[in-house]
Ligand binder design. Structure first.
Ligand code: ADP
Ligand code: MG
Length: 485
């Protein structure tokens, strides 16, 4: 059994408690590794190391071009080891190997993007009405606490680490307790690619015992969180005590909206892809499928027929299209929603555990239809392969239903009439809108939500802004500065 210690101040070590926790393969329910169980004492060490690297270790003073080169070297290491990382990600998270391979490639792309952006962070010259030079300078925000979920383990680490390091910040990152392995493998290359000790610290452990102390720590300047709304609210509350900068990427209940004029075959596939990719364990999952009345019945039938043929299987098999859910806890949460759904709506496909597997947290791709938007399965994020199909009569009703949710992460609109599609784009209160597509995500474009889906943006130049402060500099050019006294 491989043991993974945590990574603090450039060294791998057990936690202060000396305890280890098990990490599973959700397709076999077997323990595949043990990981150091971090506590407040480990967070203390991690923050101290990050503080020292930031305050006196010289990381913010390295040239931007050097920080960029380090990130590019890290990306190169990830590409060289992509097969190994994808396999480990696949085994630990249950996602199909083909999807894991995409994730690892995206991880490298994210480090490459911010490697390239590091020396393109620019300030401003402000045209003040004075004989002076007025500048706005960009500086790193300091030590960033970063807490990430289990659905895209290494990719989420990259979304957090890459912009922070490019900006000159030092990091204390806590991976999800379910999926800490790939980021720890990556940590082993940090010294080699040139990341000095203390600049990146990976503290492993559970939310309450290792996550909350990061959020509460006065030595942390900013916290970036991706996860549930419930924990997001706790984090915001806790961070207020130390006035930390906070960015939150929380859940969603994203509408995937189909008008009658959409290409039918593409629509059916887009609806399934939107909600079932990564077993539906996606914050932007198109879990509310809104369909215009004239094609509603046909669409429910076609989707259900196709959903029943989706190939579930061992995550490592290349033909597998859907693996198990990540954990027993997640399996039980989703299974409970299936029972709720059976009371609230009609079932067209799936609805239970995939019984052909003797073990593993497999859930059938499930489609409920005739769902009322007030039903729990239409309002609450399930984070599993469960679709709620809702009919609508016209554009106004589609907009009303789509926006009638506390969330605002993403939406998709399918219709051929681009004029009408653009009207929808403007009407939807969400941070991301896809037209005639759903889910493709690019490091160049902003990612984040409206409303209860959180605030702040990741990726692109927006992502690095969240790790920067703006300093005003005023350089007087008068021989006699202005003064009254
Ligand atoms: P889920 O319940 O699906 O695992 P969470 O929002 O609970 O989603 O978890 C996302 C991340 O937040 C994980 O890394 C988890 O350990 C962490 N976390 C959970 N609770 C807290 C908390 N109270 N404070 C800080 N981090 C937490
Ligand atoms: Mg939780």
């Amino acid at each position: 059994m491989k043991r993974y210690p945590m990574y603090v101040n450039g060294e791998f070590a057990a936690g202060e408690s000396g305890k280890w926790f098990p990490v599973y393969d959700p397709s076999t329910e077997e323990v595949i590794a043990e990981v150091a169980d971090g506590s407040a004492a480990d967070v203390e060490r991690g923050v101290a190391a990050a503080r020292a690297a930031f305050d006196s270790g010289g990381w913010p003073q390295t040239t931007a071009v050097e920080r960029g080169r380090i990130l590019l070297r890290l990306a190169e290491k990830i590409r060289q080891n992509a097969a190994h990382l994808a396999e480990l990600e696949c085994r630990n998270s249950g996602k199909p190997i083909v999807e894991a391979e995409f994730d690892i490639a995206d991880t490298a792309s994210c480090f490459e993007y911010y490697g390239g952006l590091a020396n393109k962070i620019m300030g401003h010259v402000n045209p003040v009405p004075e004989n002076a030079i007025s500048l706005a300078m960009k500086e790193p925000v300091g030590v960033a606490g970063q807490i990430i979920p289990w659905n895209y383990p290494l990719l989420m680490a990259a979304w957090k680490l890459a912009p922070a390091l490019a900006a000159g910040c030092c990091c204390v990152l806590k991976p999800a307790e379910q999926t800490p392995l790939t980021v720890l493998e990556m940590a082993a290359w940090l010294t080699e690619v040139g990341v000095p000790p203390g600049v990146v610290n990976i503290v492993t452990g559970f939310g309450e015992s290792a996550g909350a102390p990061i959020v509460a720590h006065p030595g942390v300047d900013k916290v970036a969180f991706t996860g549930s709304v419930e924990v997001g609210k706790q984090i915001m509350r806790s961070a207020s005590d130390t006035l930390k900068r906070v960015t939150l990427e929380l859940g969603g209940k994203s509408p995937n909206i189909f008008f009658a004029d959409a290409d039918f075959e593409a629509a059916v596939d887009g609806a399934l892809f939107g909600v079932f990719i990564n077993q539906g364990e996606v914050c932007s999952a198109g879990s509310r499928i809104l369909v215009e009345r004239p094609v509603y019945k046909k669409m429910v039938e076609a989707m259900s027929a196709k959903a029943k043929k989706i190939r579930l299987g061992p995550p490592l098999a290349r033909e597998t299209k859907m693996g198990p859910l990540v954990s027993k806890e997640q399996f039980e949460r989703v299974a409970a929603y299936l029972e709720v759904g059976k009371k609230e709506a009609k079932l067209a496909a799936g609805g239970g555990r995939a019984k052909e597997f003797g073990r593993g947290y497999y859930i059938e791709p499930t489609i409920f239809y005739d769902v009322d938007n007030s039903a729990r399965i239409a309002r609450e994020e399930i984070f599993g392969p469960v679709a709620a199909v809702i009919p609508f009569d016209n554009e106004a009703e589609a907009i009303r239903i789509a926006n009638d949710t506390p969330y605002g992460l993403a939406a998709a609109v399918w219709r051929r009439d681009i004029f009408k599609a653009f009207r929808m784009v403007k009407a939807l209160r969400v941070g991301i809108v896809w037209v005639n597509h759903m889910q493709p995500t690019f490091v160049e474009a902003p990612w984040g939500g409206y409303k209860h889906s959180g605030f702040g943006r990741e990726l692109g130049p927006w992502g690095i802004e969240e790790y920067l402060e703006t300093k005003q500099v005023h350089i007087n050019l008068n021989e006699q500065p202005i003064g009254w006294y």
